[in-house]
Design a protein around this ligand. Structure first.
Ligand code: FEO
Ligand code: CA
Ligand code: CA
Length: 707
C-alpha cells in the first residue's frame, strides 16, 4: 500500500514504486530512485561464493591462518585511540549513564520525537534558521537563494556536537545536508514560475553547516549561536580542492577547470565521521542522480543515466550534463570523501581521490598500531563493496597541519569475505550448526605503494572508476553497506548492511554467510575483527552481530543468541555510533515501510550476557529518518538529525508539523508556513539538573492521519 494520497499519486510521475520500502519521495529525492533502477553491479566478479575450490575457501573451511573461523579476539586498546568519546565529540564533566527503559515501537503516523520516560527533547537548529547576523529570518513563502546561503540547510544527515573543552559551555555543531525535497520546500505555483531560483535555493540548501553552540552549564541543553565566529555554510557551489593521485588527471579535467584541481560544490553527503585531528569527513553518496550521462559503461556502473535528471540542474549550469562539450568529466569529480575543518571558516574543503570514488555512505577512521591512519567506507548500493584506505604517513598527536595531509596518499583495499558454513546457507537466515554466521576474509589491494594492482587500470583510473576496479579483483557483493565504524574502545569494526531485496532473486547473487538472507528486507550488522586487532592488518575475522527484523513476524532474525522475544524490533540499520561504554547505537532508515514503525535509534549491548540485546531509545516523527546519532551518555544526552520529516507530504498538504507544530493546519491556502522543518534535536534527561528550564514537549505528540 502506498502511503501517498491518491491525488498525489495522480500528480506525481515517480510515485508508483515505493516497493514497500521508504516513501516514494524519499526514494526519488534522496537516492534518485536507486531501488527502482537496474542493479548497477552487473559484473561477473567471481567473488568467493563462485570460487568453490579456491585456496581462500578451503583455508576458511579448514579454519586456517588469517582466515580462521570464530576467533574471539579480545583486543588491546587500539593504539593512539584518541578518546573514549564516540566520534571524538568530547564530553563535559557529567556523570550520567543514560539509563532508560526501552520504548515500544511507534506507529508510523505518530508525529513527534518519542523518547523514554525521564527524557525530553528540543530542536537545536532547524532548516532555514539564520546562521549569521545579516541572515534573513526564515520565510518559506518568500525564500531566496541569497537567504538560503546564510541559513541552515535542508535534510541534515551526518552530525557531530563537538565541545570546545574548558568550561564546557561552548562548542560547535557540524552537519551535512544530504538532499532537498522541492515538493515540500516550495509552493508549487511559485516553483513553476521560478524554476531557476528554486534550483539555486536547492544548491544553497545542500552541503554543510558549521554552527557554534553555547549552553549555561556543561550537561545542559545546547543553543546555537547566530553570528558565531566559526559559523559557515558550504553549498553545491562552494569551491573544493581536489586532492590525491587522481587530482589533475585527464579524467577530472573540464573546460571550466582545465587543471582538474578545483570542483564547485558537494552533493548528497550522507554519513561521515570526525577525525582524531578534529576535521569532518563525509561521503558524497547518490551523486549520480544530479547528472545526465553519455551512456558510457563507466557511467552505467555508477547508475548515471542518459535521461534528463528531474532536478534539471543542467538547465542552469551545463556542467551537470556530460552531454555538454567540455563537461564530460564533471561527474568524475563527485563521489568522493570530503574533508572540512570546522574550526577554520576560511579553510578550503577538500575532496580526497585517494579513498576512491563510489557512493560513499560515509567514512570513519581508526589508527593502526604503527600510527598510519585507516579510513573505512561502505559503498551504499545493492551488491556493492566495503573498502579501506591506509595512509602512507603516520598520525602525529597535536600536529593538525600534518594530519590533514594523511588522507592524500596511501593504499586502497576492498573486502573479500569467506565462510565457515557455506553448505548450510540457504537464504532462509537459519543459523548454521557451528552456531554463527562467521568467517575470515582479506583486504584486496587496488592501489598499493603508489601503483595500481588492477590489470589494465592506471592509479587514476582505479581511483575514479573504483567500482570497476573492485569488480576485477573479486570483492564480496554486500547488501548495501552503510556506516562502517570502528568501536573507539575495542577497534572492532561494525558494518551496517541496510537491506537488499534483490539478494537471491533471479539473475542476482544468492545468499552467502556474510549476506545470509535472500530478499534481505530488514538488513543486518557485521562485526569484523582485524587480525591482531591492528587496523592495518590485511586479513580479518567476522561474524554477524544481528539480522534485523521484527521477531514477532520474521523467522530470520538473529541477535547473537540473545532471546528474540526480549529485543526491540529493528529494521534497515544505517548510521552507527558508540557511547563511552562501548555500546553500539544504530539508527534506522526505512523501517516504516518494512515493519510499520517510525524510524528509530536503538542501543545494542555488545559484550557479556546481554550481547545482542536491542533496546529502542527513540523514534523520529512521521515520515522522518533518524540520522547522525551522537551519544553523550556521560551527559545523559542523545542528538539526532531528524531528516525528511513528513516526507510524502507536500508544501500544501504536510504529513508532519515537526518541530514547531504550528496549529494552522486548518487554515486554507498558503498562510504562514507550517510544514515540517528538518532539524537537529537534543534529547536530554529531565532528572536532576539536566532538564532544568526545558519545557516538556511530550504533549505535542500528534498523529496525522494520512488520507
Ligand atoms: Fe544516504 Fe546510504 O544512506
Ligand atoms: Ca559459521
Ligand atoms: Ca545513511
Amino acid at each position: 500500500m502506498s502511503p501517498l494520497p491518491q491525488n498525489l499519486l495522480n500528480l506525481l510521475p515517480m510515485a508508483g514504486h515505493t516497493r514497500g520500502n521508504r516513501d516514494a519521495m524519499t526514494c526519488h529525492f534522496k537516492c534518485g530512485d536507486a531501488c527502482a533502477q537496474a542493479v548497477c553491479n552487473t559484473s561477473s566478479n567471481s567473488y568467493f561464493r563462485d570460487i568453490a575450490n579456491s585456496a581462500l575457501s578451503r583455508r576458511a573451511a579448514l579454519g586456517l591462518g588469517g582466515v580462521a573461523a570464530a576467533v574471539v579476539v579480545v583486543g588491546p586498546q587500539i593504539a593512539h585511540a584518541p578518546s573514549a568519546s564516540a566520534d571524538f565529540g568530547g564530553f563535559g564533566k557529567g556523570g550520567g549513564k543514560l539509563p532508560f527503559n526501552a520504548i515500544d515501537p511507534v506507529e508510523r503516523t505518530v508525529d513527534t520525537v518519542s523518547v523514554p520516560d525521564g527524557y525530553d527533547w528540543a530542536p537545536i537548529i532547524r532548516w532555514g534558521d539564520p546562521l549569521f547576523n545579516d541572515s534573513p529570518e526564515f520565510d518559506a513563502q518568500h525564500q531566496t537563494a541569497a537567504a538560503q546561503e546564510k541559513q541552515f540547510g535542508y535534510n541534515n544527515d551526518y552530525l557531530n556536537i563537538i565541545a570546545d573543552g574548558g568550561n564546557g559551555r561552548t562548542g560547535v555543531l557540524v552537519c551535512n545536508h544530504e538532499y532537498t525535497n522541492e515538493y515540500m520546500m516550495f509552493d508549487p505555483q511559485w516553483q513553476a514560475e521560478n524554476e531557476d531560483e528554486a534550483r539555486r535555493i536547492a544548491w544553497a540548501a545542500h552541503g554543510f553547516s558549521v554552527v557554534e553552540l553555547t549552553r549555561k552549564k556543561a550537561g545542559q541543553k545546547w543553543e546555537y549561536v547566530r553570528g558565531g565566529q566559526r559559523n559557515r555554510r558550504i553549498t553545491a557551489t562552494t569551491p573544493f580542492r581536489l586532492d590525491g593521485p587522481a587530482a589533475g588527471s585527464e579524467l577530472v579535467k573540464t573546460v571550466a577547470d582545465p587543471e582538474g584541481m578545483t570542483v564547485l560544490g558537494t552533493n548528497n553527503n550522507c554519513a561521515g565521521g570526525t577525525t582524531p585531528w578534529g576535521t569532518i569527513v563525509s561521503g558524497e553518496e547518490n551523486f549520480n542522480q544530479y547528472f545526465q550521462g553519455r551512456g558510457t559503461a563507466e557511467e552505467a556502473r555508477y547508475g548515471i543515466g542518459t535521461g534528463a535528471p528531474s532536478r534539471g540542474w543542467e538547465k542552469l549550469d551545463p556542467r551537470f550534463s556530460a552531454q555538454n562539450e567540455g563537461y564530460e568529466n564533471e561527474v568524475n569529480r563527485f563521489g568522493y570523501i570530503v574533508e572540512i575543518d570546522p574550526q577554520d571558516p576560511t579553510s578550503t574543503p577538500v575532496k580526497h581521490t585517494a579513498i576512491g570514488r563510489f557512493k560513499h555512505e560515509g567514512a570513519n577512521i581508526n589508527i593502526a598500531a604503527d600510527g598510519r591512519v585507516v579510513v573505512y567506507s561502505g559503498d551504499d548500493e545493492r551488491f556493492d563493496y566495503v573498502y579501506k584506505f591506509i595512509s602512507k604517513g603516520k598520525y602525529r598527536e597535536g600536529d593538525k597541519a600534518h594530519n590533514m595531509t594523511l588522507l592524500s596518499e596511501g593504499d586502497l583495499y576492498v573486502a573479500r569475505f569467506s565462510e565457515t558454513s557455506a553448505a548450510e546457507i540457504d537464504g532462509s537466515g537459519t543459523v548454521p550448526a557451528d552456531g554463527a554466521f562467521d568467517g575470515g576474509g582479506e583486504w584486496l589491494p587496488l592501489v598499493k605503494n603508489g601503483t595500481s594492482r588492477v590489470d589494465g587500470m592506471s592509479v587514476a583510473e582505479v581511483l575514479v572508476y573504483t567500482r570497476l576496479a573492485a569488480d576485477q579483483v573479486g570483492a564480496t557483493k554486500m547488501d548495501r553497506p552503510e556506516d562502517v565504524e570502528p568501536s573507539p574502545l575495542t577497534g572492532k569494526l561494525y558494518i551496517a548492511l541496510t537491506n537488499n531485496s534483490n539478494r537471491g532473486a533471479s539473475g542476482y547473487a544468492g545468499a552467502d554467510e556474510a549476506n545470509p538472507v535472500n530478499g534481505n528486507r530488514d538488513g543486518h550488522v557485521i562485526e569484523l575483527t582485524e587480525s591482531g586487532s591492528d587496523a592495518a592488518a590485511l586479513t580479518f575475522n567476522w561474524n554477524i552481530l544481528l539480522v534485523a527484523g521484527d521477531p514477532a513476524v520474521s523467522s530470520s532474525t538473529y541477535f547473537s543468541g540473545y532471546p528474540a522475544e526480549k529485543v526491540s524490533p529493528i529494521s534497515c540499520p544505517d548510521n552507527l555510533a558508540f557511547d563511552s561504554r562501548g555500546n553500539l547505537w544504530i539508527s534506522t532508515d526505512g523501517a516504516p515501510g518494512k515493519i510499520g514503525y517510525c524510524d528509530a535509534i536503538h542501543k545494542v549491548t555488545l559484550t557479556g550476557d546481554e550481547r545482542g540485546r536491542v533496546e529502542q531509545f527513540l523514534a523520529v516523527p512521521a515520515g522522518a529518518e533518524a540520522c547522525g546519532p551522537v551519544i553523550h551518555d556521560r551527559e545523559n544526552s542523545v542528538f539526532v538529525a531528524v531528516q525528511h520529516p513528513g516526507e510524502g507530504g507536500t508544501y500544501d498538504q504536510p504529513y508532519s508539523l515537526f518541530p514547531d507544530f504550528k496549529d494552522s493546519r486548518e487554515s486554507a491556502g498558503l498562510g504562514e508556513f507550517y510544514g515540517p522543518r528538518p532539524s537537529v534535536v537534543q534529547v536530554f534527561s529531565t532528572r536532576g539538573n539536566n532538564g532544568v528550564g526545558f519545557k516538556k514537549r511530550a504533549e505535542k505528540a500528534k498523529s496525522l492521519p494520512r488520507t
